[in-house]
Design a protein around this ligand. Structure first.
Ligand code: PMP
Ligand code: GLU
Length: 393
C-alpha cells in the first residue's frame, strides 16, 4: 500500500521549478544549456536592501520570531506601498505577510475554501493555482480564454463558469504566462459581476510594477469600495525587487480573511523569516531607483527579443505588455517538425537546441511554450538563434 496521501498522489510538482531543475542538472553534467525557464530576475537584490538585512542581523533584531502576521514596521511599509501604488490606505488588520506570494496564496485558499467550493481560474494561468486549490479540496474551474481577446476572461465566460458553489474568481494581471494586462473597463465589469454574485476576487498583482512600453496596470481593488471589500490582493517583492530567494509575500484584504490566514501561518511557518522582513521594509519604502533600472532592462529585452522570436518559423506570438514572459503559440511549429504534444516539442528543443523552456501544458495551454526573458540579453539572443536554427533544420 502506498504511504502517500491522496492529496500528494493527485498533485503535480511545479512545472516551472521542475523545468529549471532539469536544466540545472543537464548543465551540471557539462551540457551547454541556456535556460529560459524560471520567472526569476537575474539581478541581485539592490544594495540598500542587502544592507538593511545585514544591519538587522548585526543589531540582533533578526534573531527572533515575529508576530505571525508580520512585523508592525513591515505592515507600515505595506500600507505606504498601498497608498503609493493602489491609491488607498489600509490598516494593520488588513495586512498579512508570509513566506512568498506562493505560500500566501495557499494560506488564502486554506482560509476560505471548504471541500467542494469552486474557484474560477481562467487559463492559461500560472502553474501553481490549480494544484493549490486541489490541496485544500476545492474544485478548480478552468476555461480557455482566447488569443483573439489576448488571453483575457470576459464576464460572459465567467458567468458561464459560475455555479452555486463558486466562492472565488482568480485574476492575475499582468499575467504569468501571457504578459497581458486587463484594462480598467474590463476589470470594472468583472469586479461589478463579482460583487453582484458575492464572489471573492483573488487579485494576484505580483507583476503590477513590471509593465512596459507605456502600458499601465490598474489594480482591480482600486476601482470601488464595493470591489475592494470583495478583493484579496496578493503581492510580494520577488519580481519587482529581485528578491525571489528572500520569500516575501503579502496579502491585503478584509480583516476576517486576513486573520484566518494569519492563523494558518501561526500553525505552519510561525512567521516569515525575520531577516527577510527587515529587507522587505527597505525594499518597499527605501530608494526605488534601482527598480526602475531593472524594469527598463526587462523592457529593452522584450523589445529586442520579441521581433526575433516572431521571425521563428511556426511561432506566433502576441507582444506582452507586462511580467517577463513570452508565450508563443507553436501549433504550426509542431506541425512543421512533426510533433503533436507540446511536452515532446519542448523536450526536443532542450535536447537538440540546448534551450530549456517551460511547456505550455503546465499552464493549461497545450499549443504554447513559455520563455522567460528575465535573463541576460546575449543569452536571450543566442537562445532564439538556436531555436530558429532548430526550426529551420
Ligand atoms: N504569482 C505568480 C503569478 C507568479 O508568477 C509567482 C512566481 N513565483 C508567484 C505568484 C509567487 O511568487 P513568490 O512566491 O516568489 O512571492
Ligand atoms: N513564478 C515563477 C515562474 O513561473 C517562479 C517559479 C514558480 O514559483 O513557479 O517561473
Amino acid at each position: 500500500m502506498t504511504k502517500l496521501s491522496n492529496r500528494v498522489l493527485q498533485m503535480e510538482e511545479s512545472v516551472t521549478l521542475a523545468a529549471s531543475a532539469r536544466a540545472k542538472a543537464l548543465k551540471a553534467k557539462g551540457r551547454d544549456i541556456l535556460s529560459l525557464t524560471l520567472g526569476e530576475p537575474d539581478f541581485v537584490t539592490p544594495k540598500n536592501i542587502q544592507d538593511a538585512a545585514i544591519a538587522s542581523i548585526e543589531n540582533g533584531k533578526a534573531s527572533f520570531y515575529t508576530v505571525a502576521s508580520g512585523l508592525p514596521e513591515l505592515k507600515d511599509a505595506v500600507s505606504t506601498y498601498m497608498e503609493n501604488f493602489y491609491g488607498y490606505t489600509v490598516k494593520h488588520s488588513e495586512i498579512v505577510v508570509g513566506t512568498g506570494a506562493k505560500f500566501i496564496l495557499y494560506a488564502f485558499f486554506a482560509t476560505v475554501i471548504n471541500p467542494g467550493d469552486e474557484v474560477i481560474i481562467p487559463t492559461p494561468c500560472w502553474v501553481s493555482y490549480v494544484d493549490q486549490v486541489k490541496m485544500v479540496e476545492g474544485v478548480p474551474v478552468t476555461f480557455q480564454t482566447t488569443e483573439a481577446n489576448h488571453f483575457k476572461a470576459t464576464v460572459e465566460q465567467l458567468e458561464a463558469a459560475r455555479t452555486e458553489k463558486t466562492k472565488v474568481v482568480l485574476l492575475n494581471s499582468p499575467s504569468n504566462p501571457t504578459g497581458m494586462i486587463y484594462s480598467k473597463e474590463e476589470l470594472q465589469s468583472i469586479g461589478d459581476w463579482a460583487v453582484e454574485h458575492d464572489i471573492l476576487i483573488l487579485a494576484d498583482d505580483i507583476y503590477g510594477r513590471l509593465v512596459y512600453n507605456g502600458n499601465t496596470f490598474t489594480p482591480i481593488s482600486s476601482l470601488s469600495d464595493a470591489i475592494r471589500k470583495q478583493t484579496i490582493v496578493i503581492n510580494g517583492v520577488s519580481k519587482t525587487y529581485a528578491m525571489t530567494g528572500w520569500r516575501v509575500g503579502f496579502a491585503v484584504g478584509e480583516p476576517e480573511i486576513i486573520s484566518g490566514m494569519a492563523k494558518i501561518i501561526s500553525q505552519t511557518t510561525s512567521n516569515l523569516t525575520s531577516v527577510s522582513q527587515y529587507a522587505a521594509i527597505e525594499a518597499l519604502t527605501g530608494d526605488q531607483s534601482s527598480i526602475e533600472e531593472m524594469r527598463k532592462a526587462f523592457e529593452e529585452r522584450l523589445n529586442t527579443i520579441y521581433p526575433l522570436l516572431a521571425e521563428v518559423p511556426g511561432f506566433e506570438v502576441i507582444k506582452p505588455q507586462g511580467a517577463f514572459y513570452l508565450f508563443p503559440n507553436v501549433k504550426k511549429a509542431m506541425e512543421i517538425k512533426g510533433y503533436t504534444d507540446v511536452n515532446d516539442f519542448t523536450n526536443a528543443i532542450l535536447e537538440e537546441a540546448e534551450v530549456a523552456l517551460v511547456t505550455g501544458a503546465g499552464f493549461g495551454a497545450p499549443e504554447n511554450i513559455r520563455l522567460s526573458y528575465a535573463t541576460d540579453l546575449d543569452i536571450l539572443k543566442e537562445a532564439v538563434r538556436r531555436i530558429k536554427a532548430f526550426m529551420e533544420k
